[in-house]
Design a protein around this ligand. Structure first.
Ligand code: CMC
Length: 432
């Protein structure tokens, strides 16, 4: 192991079958020390087995830090609470991708560059229109991310810094337009062109909700709420979709193909798809006439196969700090929109029961970021099918930052896990 890593002089010893391996221990800036197991098989014949990567660090990263026990989340060292309060989505995107907050001129130039590229190629619209009407927008979004690369072949080389920079801007710019197209296709409205004079989030909302024949004025409260939600989703270290982006990129696949894989990974209900699933759960509960208490009984009695969606997290064993911020704004945003409805009360009721119930306390299950976001998205006017694409729109800077870090990492090798083979031993093909 080479390294920019802090390798301790103390080694971890693993003894098995008469062989002992002395393995390097790596100390991070914060978090648990890590045993580097790369030479374990060479030294002992053993491999490591860790389904779901519950205890395996797949990368050394300087982007995002989470302390799941304390409910801490920081981007490049800055607490999420401070960024949500004071930053903007594009500034946070710059921070994640380039490592430092931009000064005013740099931010202006970066925003202007992103804005200039917001238009998507005209024939891209017919590409999106070719999908069946019933398609889930996450499938369209993943396909759109892959397809984007074909329009900009000069940006595909992962080893060309200028190409990667341009691809970064193109992805950030066009994912906003594509996301707005997805909602407009769902509701059968004509697609809108970007307006370069407006800010990133403001123009996203305009492209999503305006009518081509009428003026559209932004509501600053809604623009700010949307901006905050995007900041909260912008990165989350090595989650399922980000680890997917890294592993796809580790084959030197281009950044478009890598983030397309991230969008697909995000679509599942255990990951980003949970925000849509939460709203469905609340609506079903409301329509079924079932009480919150009896629903919770079903969740705890696992035979029904019901999970409290928007609850639980692999890393957070305390309140997800993103959920705390969303919750603290949900009431105000819904009230502002005049859409404070019974689903919010139902969600608050479910949370209260869960936080005081032994089942959830013992398993350290708290609301995650997806628990309250859908209620806000719906109040703003997004269709439930759009909730996970909105997560992807927010996560784009994180995926790009992680891909860029991975591609330049001197430790980077193609991601290629081992397995525990449990099939037939060798057998002979039956020759007649
Ligand atoms: N409702 C009821 N029980 C749960 C829940 C839940 N939402 N989440 C976990 N548990 C139980 C689970 O049954 C298990 O119990 P036992 O120890 O008796 O077998 C225990 O808690 C540990 O759960 P796990 O599934 O082994 O934990 P995991 O780390 O593999 O999974 C998770 C994490 C997020 C997939 C899971 O908590 C879950 O399915 N939550 C609901 C879906 C959800 O909200 N996902 C969004 C995650 S946050 C945003 C994101 O990253 O995308």
């Amino acid at each position: 192991m080479t390294s920019h890593l802090n390798i301790l002089t103390t080694k971890a010893q693993v003894t098995a079958g008469g062989a002992t391996a002395a393995l390097p221990v790596v100390r991070p800036v914060e978090g648990n020390d890590a045993v580097a197991v790369g030479t374990l098989r060479q030294q002992t014949g053993l491999v490591t087995y860790d389904p779901g990567f519950t205890n395996t660090a797949c990368a050394a990263s300087s982007i995002t830090y989470i302390d799941g026990d304390q409910g801490i989340l920081r981007y490049r060292g800055y607490p999420i609470e401070q960024l949500a309060e004071h930053s903007t989505f594009l500034e946070t995107a710059y921070l994640l991708i380039y490592g430092e907050l931009p000064d005013a001129t740099t931010l202006h130039n970066f925003s202007a560059r992103v804005n200039r590229h917001t238009l998507v190629p005209e024939n891209f619209r017919s590409f999106l229109a070719a999908f069946p009407q019933s398609s889930h927008p996450m499938s369209l979004m993943a396909s759109a991310m892959s397809a984007l690369g074909t329009f900009y072949p000069e940006t595909l080389d992962p080893m060309d810094d200028d190409a990667v920079d341009l691809a970064t801007v193109l992805l950030l710019a066009k994912v906003r337009t594509i996301t707005s197209y997805l909602q407009r296709s769902l509701v059968g409205r004509p697609l809108m062109y970007p307006d370069y004079s407006r800010g990133y989030v403001e123009d996203f909302l305009r492209m999503t909700f305006a009518e081509p024949y009428a003026p559209w004025d932004p509501d600053p409260v809604i623009v700010a709420a949307m901006d905050k939600l995007l900041i909260l989703h912008a990165d989350h270290e090595q989650n399922c979709s980000t680890a997917t982006v890294r592993i796809v990129g580790s084959s030197n696949a281009n950044v478009y193909s890598s983030v397309a894989a991230g969008v697909n990974a995000l679509s599942g209900p255990s990951h980003g798809g949970a925000n849509e699933a939460v709203l469905l759960m609340l609506q079903n509960l409301s329509e079924s006439g079932d009480t919150v208490e009896s629903f919770m009984k079903k969740v705890k009695d696992k035979t029904a196969g019901v999970r409290l969606m928007g609850f639980g997290h692999r890393v957070y064993k305390s309140y997800d700090p993103r959920a705390a911020i969303v919750k603290s704004h949900a009431d105000a945003v819904l009230a502002r929109l005049g859409k404070r409805d019974k689903l919010l009360d139902m969600a608050l009721g479910l949370e209260e029961i869960a936080l005081n119930d032994d089942y959830f306390i013992e398993r350290k299950l708290y609301p995650n970021v997806d628990f309250y976001t859908g209620l806000i998205y719906q109040a703003i006017g997004f269709k439930p099918l759009m909730f996970t694409p909105l997560f992807a729109l927010g996560r784009m800077p994180g995926w790009i930052a992680q891909w860029r870090e991975m591609i330049r990492d001197p430790e980077m090798r193609i991601g290629r896990p081992r397995q525990i083979y449990m099939g037939h031993p060798e057998r002979q093909y039956p020759v007649p």
